[in-house]
Write a protein that binds this ligand. Structure first.
Ligand code: FMN
Length: 366
């Protein structure tokens, strides 16, 4: 169990905030699959929220079934940030997170996100203002620093702890790195050794086994996962099974198809055509990484123009893949599960088509 202030989580695994991804539909899907302790909303601009921008307010709706849920806010003005925090508390979020790690230019130029790592006195003022305004658990998510010459995560971590933050999460890259290179988990271990409050590690979890590996290697209290949750939404459930010493549940193609179709139907029914279309396209690309023929589908959907055609294409795709599975293996094929030069391990036609974790990672290279 992971305890962040007064919040007790059944699992130490957390869905990392991802703009454009961790919306109410995706959070619900992840929550329903299980194994996740806390889900996080896409980041919310404190400016837009406190000015009452309708789109931002809409983004903040959530279902009770998603909880425990954390809402992440960003901004540079302590007063607006604390006003935004109060709204977050009032609408019933279980925790609030301050973004001090976003490396996007748009956010950095507004002196928010990772830019706050370059101005620790402003960072302190923001944390202090938010802390004094809300009672719900408060966390801060940051990176190693702005760049290799300005690595100051230990200072920021101590500052957070001193100001009454209940936990910190660190993506172990600098802002300049964006997503390049590798997350340096050894620095998560440094942070954990330095602080008494819970430390959550983040960066480059790819397989269910990576969750436990990060916890063992760094001593961190919990793990945030972003990108891998989109290519494999079952990753939390699988990692949680590992943590409990149980067998890792395998995911069949039928289950994968049902999840994708359910997600897309939800979007199509609930969102405007353009928004639904845009989201479905983004998710289709990510969801089909690692699937046999996934690349073919991704190319095909480039030219699709409507949500209904999209759904048909996805359903057809799975029908075809499932039909291929039932065919006898071609001459010279090896027994499924054993890698061969003739048929790489990432194309598991024929064996009940379980998508095992190794397939998920192999698929990324597709
Ligand atoms: C599409 C996308 C959107 C993201 N949006 C946010 C965000 O709103 N707030 C945030 O703190 N981090 C955001 N991140 C960073 C992730 O939360 C996470 O820190 C990063 O992807 C590293 O973790 P991973 O290797 O598990 O993906 C985003 C990442 C991606 C790929």
């Amino acid at each position: 169990m992971l305890k962040i202030g007064s919040l007790c989580l059944d699992s130490p695994f957390v869905l990392s905030p991802m703009a454009g991804v961790t919306d109410r539909y995706f959070r619900r899907i992840i929550r329903d699959l299980g194994g996740v302790g806390l889900v996080t909303m896409e980041f919310i601009s404190s400016e837009s929220l406190t000015r009452g921008v309708e789109r931002t307010i809409n983004m903040m709706s959530f279902a009770l079934e998603e909880r425990p849920l954390s809402i992440q806010i960003y901004g540079k003005d302590p007063v607006r940030m604390s006003d935004a925090a109060q709204i977050v508390e009032e609408i019933g979020a279980d925790a609030i997170d301050i973004n001090m790690g976003c490396p996007a230019n748009k956010v950095l130029k507004g002196c928010a996100g990772a830019a706050l790592m370059g101005d620790l006195s402003l960072a302190r003022n923001i944390v202090r203002a938010v802390r004094s305004r809300v009672k719900i658990p408060l966390t801060v998510k940051f990176r190693l620093g702005l760049d290799d010459h300005r690595v100051n995560f230990l200072d920021l971590g101590r500052l957070c702890q001193d100001e009454g933050v209940n936990g910190v999460a660190m993506h172990a890259r600098t802002a300049r790195q964006m997503y390049s290179g590798q997350a340096d988990w050894s620095l998560i271990a440094d942070l954990k050794r330095t602080l008494d409050i819970p430390v959550l590690g983040n960066g480059d979890i790819r397989e269910p086994a990576d969750f436990l590996r990060m916890m063992e290697q760094t001593g961190c209290d919990g793990v945030l996962v972003g990108r891998a949750a989109v290519t494999n939404p079952w990753i939390f459930k699988q990692a949680d099974a590992l943590r409990r010493g149980e067998l890792v549940p395998r995911v069949t193609l039928e289950e994968r198809r049902d999840l994708i179709v359910r997600h897309f139907r939800l979007l199509a029914e609930s969102e405007e055509e353009m928004t639904a279309f845009h989201k479905i396209r983004t998710f289709a690309g990510r969801y089909t990484h690692g699937l046999p023929g996934g690349k073919r589908l991704r190319q095909k959907i480039q030219s699709i123009k409507s949500v209904s055609d999209f759904l048909l294409e996805v359903e057809d795709f799975f029908e075809q893949v499932l039909a291929e599975q039932t065919l006898p293996p071609p001459a010279g094929a090896v027994v499924p599960g054993r890698p061969s030069a003739a048929r790489p391990a990432e194309h598991p036609h024929g064996d009940g088509a379980a998508l095992c974790p190794s397939l998920e990672s192999a698929g990324r290279a597709e």
